[in-house]
Design a protein around this ligand. Structure first.
Ligand SMILES: [Zn+2]
Length: 248
């Protein structure tokens, strides 16, 4: 690592357990981030700030006024523009050492294969059940781990799935998911710092997986209630009749 990089990343390299080797591992890491909204924006800003090697941001939406309280990389003059294009430009300006790619469109089982090829991890920041099912299928086929998160009102959930899926997968979890709460931010609302806090917990999980600084707790679903300052962890298990897990 050259001197400007050492200076740039000096505060995080100083952290016991996160040393030069972890930084270099992070700089060799390539991820796909699906969704450039309330979770995706802070995730991208912090991961690029920390010096991840490569990030591909995927989204089909345009910026609206109602995004601005949470999606803090966007400004009033960006309204109407494509999220991926604006975010990619901000990320490149933030850290020119990071390779930033953008893909406009939905992540599905058709488009997903090419997007995840050669990557190390897939991140779900979509608030969309269909996109998560597609990420689950595509990343399993590609042998990649992925990290899911969601936030609504004053609560959030985070879980990481390993490439082997020994702990089960999103399809195992899906029958128990309250569909009413997926994509609910537009109907039920969300407090901006809540989605930011969940994104930061998700970012920490991603850094831990990519650099191995904290043991990954695969299939361990963190359920956080910020209103009551409560946190529960549920260990998922593989469902014997899961179509995704039984796929060879
Ligand atoms: Zn499964």
């Amino acid at each position: 690592m050259d001197n400007p990089s050492l200076e740039r990343y000096s505060r995080q390299i100083l952290v016991p357990g996160f040393d030069l080797e972890a930084q270099e591992r992070l700089e060799r890491s390539r991820i796909v981030l699906v969704g450039c909204g309330g979770l995706g924006v802070p995730l991208a800003l912090y991961l690029v700030g920390m010096g991840i090697g490569e990030i591909t941001v995927v989204d089909h939406d345009r910026i609206e006024a109602s995004n601005l309280p949470r999606q803090v990389a966007y400004t009033e003059t960006d309204i109407g523009l494509l999220k991926v294009e604006v975010l990619a430009e901000r990320l490149r300006a933030m850290n020119s050492q990071v390779k930033v790619f953008s893909e406009t469109g939905l992540f599905d089982t058709d488009s997903g294969g090419d997007l995840v090829a050669g990557k190390d991890l897939v991140v779900d920041a979509t608030d969309n059940h269909e996109a998560r099912l597609a990420i689950d299928v595509v990343s399993r086929k590609a042998g990649l781990p992925w990290v899911m998160a969601s936030a609504v009102q004053m609560a959030g959930q985070i879980v990481a799935f390993s490439k082997e899926r020994e702990e089960g997968c999103y399809h195992c979890l899906a029958p128990g998911i309250d569909r009413e709460l997926v994509g609910a931010c537009a109907r039920l609302g969300v407090l901006s710092p809540v989605v930011g806090a969940v994104a930061m917990e998700q970012a920490l999980k991603i850094i831990a997986i990519l650099t191995d600084i904290i043991p990954a707790r695969w299939g361990s679903l963190d359920v956080i209630d910020y209103r009551n300052n409560e946190r529960r962890t549920l260990q998922l298990t593989r469902r014997s009749d899961c179509p995704n897990c039984s796929m060879s």
